[in-house]
Design a protein. Sequence first.
Length: 278
Amino acid sequence: MLTVEDVKNKVKSGELTLKDIVTNGWMCSVTRRIDKIKQPRGGYIRPKEFETIVLDGGGIDELNPVENVSPSLVGMAVDYLTRFMSGTSAIGAFKISEMGSRVVQRKELFDQLLSNVKGLDDDSISAAVKLSGFDSAYRAGVMAYRPVQNINPNSDTVENIRTMVKRSLRFLDQYGPKVMDGLTFEGGYTGYVSSGDGDFLTKDTLWDFKVSKKKLQSKYTLQLLMYWRMGLHSIHPEYKNVEYLGVYNPRMNVVYLLDVSKIPEDVISTVETEVIGY
C-alpha cells in the first residue's frame, strides 16, 4: 500500500515532484481522485444497479427554478443544516467550515455567523450558506476562497434550502436514525487518497446527499464505494455494519439504494488497489 508518508518521502528524495503528484492524482480528496480516474464504460458501479425510490412530499417541480448561489454551496448548506436540525451541535455540523475559516484567518467572522444558526428561519439559512463558503479554503486552499460576506442568497434560494432540509429530516425519520454524520476515515486514507468526508451513516447504510438536478451518475456511485471500503480499512468499527450504499437527493426527493452484496468482488478489488491504493 502506498501511504501518505511514502509519497512525502519520495518528494523529499526528489523521486517525485509536486507536479507528478497533481498529474497522477495522488495525495488528494476522494472527489479529486475520481476526477483523475477513467472508469469502465457505465462506471465501476452502474447507476442503474441502484434501486430508485421516489419519496412523498413533492419533487423538483415544487422548488423555485432559479437559485442565486452555486449548487455546491446550496448542497453544503442543506447537508450541514440537516446535521444540525437532527441533533448535531452547530459547531459539529459546520466543522469543515470552521477549519476553512482558520485557514483564511476569519475565525471571528465564523463565530459571528455560527451564532446566527438557530433553526430554519431566513437568518439561520443565510448564515449557513455563508458559513459553507469557508469550506473551499479548507478543501481546495486559500486561492479557492471567496469572501463569504459577499454571498447573499435571495429569498427563492433560502426557501429552496428550507424545503430541502425539511425533506431531508423526513428522509431521516424514514431511513434513520443516523449513527454518525460528517464521516471520516482515519486509518483508511492512503498516498492516493489522503482526505475525504462522507455525509451520514445509519444502522446499516452509508449515505451521501446530492442536490443535483441530474439523475444518479457513476462518479457518485464510485464515491460511495470508495467511502465504504475506506471505512472498512479505517479505525471506525461502525462501517462494519454497512449493508447498503445510498444516495438521497432532497431536490428530487429521491432515494437510490444498493445492497453491497450485489457488488462484484473483482470490482471491489480493482477499486481498492487501483483507485484507493491498498
